[in-house]
Design a binder for this molecule. Structure first.
Ligand code: MN3
Length: 207
């Protein structure tokens, strides 16, 4: 069965004023849709056509070489955006509680120190990519990837490794209409939208 564009978990304007309606319409309806369409095109008739998105991303090194580039870019794009939409929620944000708060405090000292590190990872990514909070060997780490790479692809491909529990898209298409070149402002606004209940689910599954 071909891969499908997931339905957004909230209305296009639900994340206003932090992420605007037009950005969400274009980001989900055009950018994410293009990743799905191009992934399906690349996979058609290939020996990995029946693999799940998780299998493709984790096993990117064993995808046939003639389609590995397109699967890396578009499969990564499909995985990353499907994950990202669920991380964002209206009436969310603020500081985490419970197990997530405990894990962040243990790894980074405080929520503020974690935020600074995560924002620095997003700002420091030259060009397009993602900032991530991952569980790697039972420990929380902040990493970033280029383009649509994902830590699940492993160090040899993505330059880092781990299971993402939080991520932020820092491609210009994610923020340019509202924030123009001010990626730092977009990263600050991101904290108003983080769905910590979703992060908690990912943390529990990753540990
Ligand atoms: Mn994007």
């Amino acid at each position: 069965m071909p891969h499908e564009l997931p339905v957004l978990p909230c209305a296009h304007d639900a994340l206003e004023p932090h992420i605007d309606k037009a950005t969400m319409e274009i980001h989900h309806g055009r950018h994410h849709k293009a990743y799905v369409d191009n992934l399906n095109k690349a996979l058609a008739g290939s020996p990995v056509e029946a693999q799940s998105l998780d299998q493709l991303v984790k096993g990117i090194a064993s995808v046939p070489e003639n389609i590995r580039g397109p699967v890396r870019n578009n499969g990564g794009g499909h995985w990353n955006h499907s994950f990202f939409w669920k991380i964002l929620a209206p009436q969310a944000g603020g500081a985490p509680t419970g197990a997530v708060a405990d894990a962040i405090n243990a790894a980074f000292g405080s929520f503020a120190e974690f935020q600074a590190k995560f924002e620095a990872a997003g700002l420091g990514r030259f060009g397009s990519g993602w900032a991530w909070l991952v569980v790697n060997g039972g420990k929380l780490e902040v990493v970033s990837t280029a383009n649509q790479d994902n830590p699940l692809m492993g160090k040899a491909v993505a330059g880092c490794e781990g299971t993402p529990i939080l991520g932020c898209d820092v491609w210009e298409h994610a923020y340019y209409l509202k924030y123009q070149n001010k990626r730092a402002d977009y990263l600050k606004a991101f904290w108003n939208l983080v769905n910590w209940a979703e992060v908690a689910k990912h943390l529990a599954a990753a540990k």
